[in-house]
Design a protein around this ligand. Structure first.
Ligand code: AMP
Length: 142
């Protein structure tokens, strides 16, 4: 199953933040949208990614003062992305190798969606169930 297939099902909305925003702003955004990460965008260009894990690290290092820090200071600037033609397997490998749970989808330098580990696990379970059903049908009719 391709990433495009997943985006067609789940939609292409990506929640973003700007580098100058505070962590307190992003905490509110993550809670409002019930998500774990925002893509950091400035003037249409991806500058980084900030997940709940970055906020926890910052809180651990700076206490509640962390909430006043800027997104720029706490984000991961080198973002690993995927393309809509990648497969779920490709993205699972990226998540496993990089130990992260979010992968923005880019096409021609443009942000067109985001895949979370929840999206990957959901579709992978569907694939495995469908394969098992096919094998069961084959055995039953052979
Ligand atoms: P996560 O598991 O997605 O909450 O992220 C764990 C760590 O990896 C955090 O420091 C994130 O900023 C970073 N991270 C998340 N997604 C990506 C990505 N696609 N590329 C690079 N770093 C990422």
């Amino acid at each position: 199953m391709s990433i495009l297939h997943i985006l067609n099902e789940k939609g292409r909305d990506v929640v973003t933040a700007e580098p100058a925003q505070s962590l307190a702003d992003v905490v509110a955004v993550l809670a409002d949208h019930r998500i774990g990460a925002v893509v950091v965008v400035e003037r249409g260009a991806v500058q980084g990614i900030l997940s709940e894990r970055d906020i926890i690290h910052s809180l651990s290092a700076h206490g509640t003062d962390a909430l006043k820090k800027s997104v720029r200071d706490c984000m991961t600037p080198k973002v690993i992305t995927c393309s809509p033609t990648d497969t779920i397997h490709d993205v699972m490998q990226k998540m496993t190798a990089g130990r992260f749970r979010h992968v923005p989808v880019m096409e021609n330098g443009r942000l067109m969606g985001i895949i979370s580990i929840g999206d990957v696990v959901k579709r992978r379970i569907q694939e495995v169930e469908s394969e098992a059903n096919s094998i069961r049908d084959y055995i039953a009719t052979a």
